[in-house]
Design a protein around this ligand. Structure first.
Ligand code: GN1
Ligand code: MG
Length: 350
């Protein structure tokens, strides 16, 4: 690992560095807080370029989106240019880094109450609405990132290769059988897209509850973690927030009997989202309950695929971590499926 201090100095930061220490708990990038003696602190991040292969495109998306949001008076992240190139990232040809201004007096949460979910719904809806008329062309930073057909294909490839012999585990077989029985149903979005019934829009695509910053009073300050900002279905942002916020427990909690899909969080978030996302078509709206099921399902497939592949994608803390995450997301998927009629009724009323 390179010296983070030396890397931070490649950027146009103000003041002298006092201290650099790890920040947050993302599963993909490495993040540090850079404390300065100057007016502002910074966030230094190593972009995982094994996963984000086109960092130039990724930062292009982010530069365009943050500029567009700022022009509209919205609050967003500020990235610092690199001294040598003026670009918002620095690379030594091997690793990729960027620096953003640290947002002070901001809080992130791993869990939220209905009130905060309502604010989050409004903020993510408004975020999409602000980007709906962006003049620039944005690319897919991870091609087909939330394409369920692709995720299903990747699972099938993993099963066939079985590189670390995990297909021999009876539980793996049972989970597989369960997941496969919903595969076709869950690939509905891609079919609707092919039939021209569903548009792609600029979405955040990682609306985990901890990717939103609140002030001390619960007002939304800013949407963060913009790496996956790209054209997608609105289901991405609606579904992924609920996947994390409506679960009664964390996504990797082994106590799967405690997993449930919280309807009060759904209702509050959906209400806010529908108020913020003023551009939705009837097809998008009618399929929001499907989105709430699709994302636990897709995440289960992704964790499960990574488990079968021998844990090459997500950071893990212990050998069965991806299996534990899979069990949890499968349980959440079933809990959400049971609540589809109630969700649909709520959406119709609003
Ligand atoms: C990853 O980096 P992080 O933790 O915000 C992943 C998301 C998953 C999430 C599961 C680029 O997000 O898609 O939903 O983990 N990001 C990428 O916790 O794969
Ligand atoms: Mg994150």
């Amino acid at each position: 690992m390179k010296d983070p201090k030396e890397i931070a100095l490649q950027f146009d930061i103000k003041g002298t560095i006092k201290e650099i220490k790890p920040l947050g708990n993302g599963l993909i990038n490495d993040t540090f807080r850079v404390k300065m003696d100057g007016p502002e602190d910074y966030v230094l991040q190593r972009i995982n370029n094994a996963i984000f292969k086109d960092v130039e495109l990724l930062q292009h998306n982010i530069d365009c989106a943050t500029a567009h949001i700022r022009k509209k008076g919205g609050m967003t992240l500020t990235f610092i240019p690199c001294n040598a190139t003026g670009k918002t990232y620095w690379t030594d040809g091997e690793t990729y880094w960027r620096v953003a201004v640290f947002i002070r007096d901001a809080y992130t949460y791993e869990t939220v109450n209905p009130e905060y979910s309502y604010y989050a719904g409004k903020a993510f809806g408004a975020f999409e609405a602000m980007l709906a008329d962006i003049p620039d062309t944005l690319g897919e930073t991870i091609p087909d990132f939330h394409n369920m057909e692709l995720r299903a294909r990747q699972l099938h490839e993993a099963i066939e290769k079985d590189p670390v012999g995990r297909m021999a585990e009876p539980e793996v077989q049972a989970i597989l059988k369960d997941l496969l029985s919903y595969e076709e149903e869950m690939c509905k979005a891609e079919r609707m897209y092919r039939e021209g019934k569903l548009p792609k829009r600029i979405c955040h695509c990682d609306t985990k509850v901890n990717n939103m910053m609140f002030d001390a009073k619960g007002n939304i300050l800013c949407v963060i973690d913009l790496d996956t900002l790209m054209p997608s279905f609105v289901f991405s942002d609606f579904g992924d927030f609920l996947r994390t916020a409506a679960n009664t427990v964390a996504e990797d909690d082994p106590a799967i009997d405690k997993v449930d899909f919280k309807m009060d969080i759904f209702e509050a978030f959906a209400k806010g989202y529908l108020e913020g996302a003023t551009f939705l078509t009837p097809v998008e709206k009618d399929n929001l309950p499907y989105a709430a099921c699709l994302f636990p399902y897709m995440q289960a497939v992704r964790f499960f695929t990574d488990y079968i592949n021998g844990d090459t994608y997500y950071k893990i803390k212990y050998p069965e971590h991806n299996l534990v995450r899979t069990r949890n997301q499968v349980a959440l998927f079933h809990a959400a499926m049971n609540k589809v009629p109630a969700m649909a009724e709520f959406i119709q009323k609003h």
